[in-house]
Write a protein that binds this ligand. Structure first.
Ligand SMILES: [Zn+2]
Length: 93
């Protein structure tokens, strides 16, 4: 999927449409002992209907996130493009 490097988007702090720079949003480092992570590990151990390590439904594609940065106030915002896509987003010149 192709996407332009600069788009005109609404900036909530400028309260107007401004030119935004587009970058791929990085996922960042996960917290090691996050609460949801521990709960997931517990659910995999058993005592429930979930089978360990088996997924019944395979998701088609991923949600691709972009980071938009306002060219005037430098405020950043995230945007999900295209719902679930199987291909990576390429930024065009
Ligand atoms: Zn702005």
């Amino acid at each position: 999927m192709k996407f332009p490097k600069e788009i005109n988007a609404y900036c909530s702090s400028c309260r107007a449409h401004k030119v935004h720079k587009v970058k791929l949003a990085s996922k960042g480092r996960p917290r090691t002992l996050a609460k949801g992570n521990r709960a997931h590990q517990r659910s995999l151990m058993g005592h429930g209907s979930k089978r360990a390590g088996e997924k019944t439904v395979k998701k088609q594609g991923k949600k691709q996130k972009l980071m938009l940065q306002c060219s005037e106030c430098k405020k950043k915002q995230e945007r999900v493009v295209g719902g679930r896509t199987t291909k990576r987003i390429e930024l065009q010149a």
